[in-house]
Ligand binder design. Structure first.
Ligand SMILES: NC(=O)c1ccc[n+]([C@@H]2O[C@H](COP(=O)([O-])OP(=O)(O)OC[C@H]3O[C@@H](n4cnc5c(N)ncnc54)[C@H](OP(=O)(O)O)[C@@H]3O)[C@@H](O)[C@H]2O)c1
Length: 272
């Protein structure tokens, strides 16, 4: 049996580093002495992670490159930049993401494509471009950030649910394909988490179901990194998220019944 994975000195690429999960993961990895390249579009946000308070672990190194992760030209520059700065790649974490709330019918024509592009395609394509480097990495792994909504399609969330269902499948396929090459794959299936996610929606308003008691992004990321150290295949932080996934997997008929009551009787109650 393999030993627990050590995160100290790991060479890591994290997407979505300017806020929420990607930012918390970057800070926690730096605190453990990892060397991190992070990316997102807002360069000024990425630059604040370099502040001395964030880099109090002497061995940690921090670099960033700003850009749009859905742009293939940017990704073509990002991987060589990460290899140049870090000298190789041991971990890739895909935390960039965005949602859109509204029926497919009322969405602008390109919204579905744009959400799936960011939340699924850019993750798969980044992993694809990283694989030649991960193969030569030190105890390498990939972390894909999924959602409980990947297990249970909600009305008014079609693009996001489709993308996150795709992430579950991608993680499953990659796990089979990469085990023999010594690359671990961790799927982090998140429920409501305190981040800027709902402020950054591409369209629509924050739905009522999401307004419960979210888990903090710090606690969520501690759980994700522990799961990575323990070589888990999937982690679902928080009991609410675990209960949701359990119900979606084992009593889908009950979930369908509840959702149909919420949406057919009064579609607006789902949002307000
Ligand atoms: N928060 C939740 O309740 C929740 C629940 C389940 C799953 N998740 C998942 O967790 C992941 C992280 O989201 P979060 O909650 O941390 O939300 P967040 O605080 O809004 O962070 C999203 C990150 O993605 C980056 N991003 C968005 N579009 C991008 C683009 N085109 N190119 C490059 N970077 C881009 C944003 O940076 P810039 O704007 O600077 O580019 C930001 O750093 C997502 O995959 C999300 O689906 C979140």
């Amino acid at each position: 049996m393999k030993q627990q994975r050590r995160l100290t000195n790991k060479r890591v690429l994290v997407t979505g580093g300017s806020s929420g999960i990607g930012r918390s993961l970057t800070l926690q990895l730096l605190a453990q002495g990892a060397h991190v390249v992070t990316t997102a579009r807002r360069e000024e946000r990425l630059s604040t992670l370099r502040l001395p308070g964030h880099l109090n672990n002497q061995s940690a190194c921090y670099f960033y490159k700003a850009g749009d992760i859905t742009n293939p030209d940017f990704r073509d520059k990002l991987i060589p930049y990460a290899i140049d700065q870090l000298g190789g790649l041991d971990l890739v974490i895909t935390a960039a993401g965005c949602g859109a709330i509204g029926s497919l019918e009322t969405m602008p024509a390109n919204t579905f494509r744009s959400i799936v592009n960011l939340d699924l395609l850019s993750c798969a394509e980044l992993v694809h471009a990283s694989l030649p480097h991960l193969k030569n990495g030190n105890d390498p792994a990939i972390v894909l950030i999924g959602s409980i909504l990947g297990y249970c399609p909600l009305p008014l969330h079609s693009a996001y649910c489709a993308a996150k269902a795709g992430i579950i499948s991608l993680a499953g396929s990659l796990r089979h394909e990469l085990t023999e090459q010594g690359i671990d794959v961790l799927l982090a299936t998140l429920g409501p988490t305190e981040t800027e996610f709902w402020d950054a929606l591409e369209m629509g308003e924050r739905p009522a179901w999401s307004k419960g008691k979210p888990l903090s992004s710090e606690a969520t990321c501690q759980i994700i990194l522990k799961a990575l150290e323990h070589r888990r295949h999937e982690v679902i932080p928080g009991w609410r998220a675990k209960a949701f996934v359990l119900a979606a997997r084992h009593t889908p008929w009950l979930m369908r019944f509840i959702l149909s009551r919420l949406t057919t009787s009064a579609p607006k109650t789902f949002l307000k």
